[in-house]
Design a protein around this ligand. Structure first.
Ligand SMILES: [Cu+2]
Length: 480
């Protein structure tokens, strides 16, 4: 019988995380991933947006933000079919919002910039969970302050469980591990500050240190069998290029919106800002292995990840393998994604994502401190302007064009399928249901509108480089 035990071991897993190298900080791998099982709390989940202190480097605590934690937040497990009341209290000194990224809920529950939670206030949306199993996340979305609040620690994972585990690993904290991957730049005293500067606004804020679940180069102990990793890129801007140091093959089983048609073998995976992938990794050879990331290739010299400005790969974390195998089988099929039918689209729209590099046309940013030059279709975000009106229950083809540099494009309140990337069909691991995609040149997306949004509470679409979003590379749409 399947029991809650599968999701009840998060706390115990803290002890299993160990240190790779004391110079590189703590190995508190699972600390940030304590889990709230909504159903076990009568589907009332309380989150406190709070400030705290966290030691990325031992003995050098720094100011951070977290959801009911010093940094990051609990993994929220929600069950399909449930109605979950979220009770979100803002205990920091700045207005915030909480956006349920990838969760298909109406605009008035989505947590966009309109759902401002002032300091001391509490927001109580009720979320009706009705979508296939998927790995989603939550993060702040306030006007002009999303980059800073996320950088200082606000992000957490959501697991939607639809009751069919498809025989996949699901022993949370043991063979089913969430990995929230980010990059940060620390001062010499181990402190974390957020100061985008002009370069950070143009290219997005990047750091030379990879953190996983809020820890620098942590270690996870895993059983000698197949292990499921739920990867989230929660960086402000960086695309990670992930591979195992021994170049082993792993299998992508799910992307943003849920399972792929079948496991897709790969040995290197690019994961863009806000994207999620679930992968299966075989540890049955019992060899310890390092997960590493390369430079952000699409960013040229601005994409290096090590402090020596090289194009080398750097370690993100390490896996140590125990002896007990738990799960021993790779499924051949996962889910039928259904056919894509672009001919059903009721209209086509184009969105040109501009930023001011490479001699592009410039205009004033909405951001008071930033003379930056970003927008969509020549306009910076205006909260009083509805950019697009869609019809509930229809599909549209959205053509996204990146100018100046590649942009990860995200749509709230809807899932899409990628029809083409630069005129070609997408690779298999990008062919499932998604809510964010890195657009290097041009992409065509078939967007399916299934949730309503009013003029008072519209859905957003935007670049998920948070400094671009804060500076106005964002629009909003209604759905009725
Ligand atoms: Cu962008």
């Amino acid at each position: 019988m399947l029991t809650r035990r599968a999701f009840a071991v998060g706390a115990g897993a803290v002890a299993s995380a160990t240190l790779l190298d004391p110079r590189f900080g703590h190995g508190e791998l699972i600390r940030a991933a304590a889990r709230f099982d909504a159903a076990s709390q009568n589907n009332v989940v309380r989150l406190s947006v709070s400030s705290g202190r966290h030691e990325f480097y031992k003995g050098k605590p720094t100011r951070t933000y977290g959801y009911s934690a010093p940094i990051l937040g609990p993994v929220l497990r929600l069950r399909r079919g449930d109605r979950v009341e979220m009770v979100v209290h803002n205990a920091i000194h700045f207005p915030t919002t909480v956006h349920w990224h990838g969760l298909l809920v109406p605009g008035d529950a989505d947590g966009g910039p309109q759902q401002r939670i002032n300091p001391g206030a509490t927001w109580r949306p009720v979320l009706t969970v009705d979508q296939p199993a998927a790995t989603l996340w939550y993060h702040p979305h306030p006007h002009h302050d999303t980059g800073r609040q996320t950088y200082l620690g606000l992000a957490g994972l959501i697991i939607v469980d639809d009751g069919d585990d498809r025989g996949l690993p699901r022993d949370y904290g043991v063979d089913d591990l969430p990995l929230i991957i980010q990059d940060r730049e620390f001062d010499l005293d181990g402190s974390l500050g957020y100061d985008p500067g002009q370069l950070g606004v143009v290219y997005g804020v990047r750091g030379d240190t990879v953190i996983v679940n809020g820890a620098i180069r942590p270690t996870a102990r895993v059983p000698a069998g197949w292990v499921r990793l739920r990867l989230l890129n929660a960086a402000n801007a960086r695309n990670f290029e992930l591979r195992f140091q021994d170049r082993r093959t792993f299998y992508i089983i799910a992307s943003d919106g849920g399972f792929l048609a079948r496991p897709v073998p790969m040995s290197e995976l690019r994961i863009s800002a806000a994207e999620r992938f679930e992968i299966l990794v075989d540890f049955s050879n019992q060899q310890s292995v390092v997960l590493e990331t390369g430079p952000d290739r699409v960013m040229g010299i601005f994409g290096t990840i090590s402090d020596s400005d090289t194009y080398e790969y750097v370690p993100a974390m390490r896996f140590e393998v125990g002896s007990a195998a738990t799960f021993g089988r790779l499924p051949s099929e996962l889910v039928d994604p259904g056919a894509m039918d672009p001919s059903a689209a009721v209209r086509r729209r184009q969105f040109v994502l501009n930023n001011g590099v490479c001699g592009q046309r410039t205009w004033m940013s909405e951001h008071p401190d930033i003379p930056a030059l970003v927008g969509i279709n020549g306009q910076v975000h205006d909260p009083n302007r509805i950019d697009v009106e869609t019809k509930l229950g229809t599909s549209e083809i959205w053509e996204i064009v990146s100018v100046g540099m590649p942009h990860p494009f995200h749509v709230h309140g809807a899932m899409f399928r990628v029809l083409t990337l630069d005129g070609k069909p997408p690779p298999e691991h990008l062919a499932g249901r998604k809510d964010v995609v890195l657009v290097e040149g041009k992409a065509e997306l078939l967007v399916n509108f299934t949730r309503p949004a009013t003029r008072e509470h519209p859905f957003m679409y935007h670049c998920h480089i948070l400094e671009h979003e804060d500076a106005g590379m964002m629009g909003q749409y209604t759905c009725a």
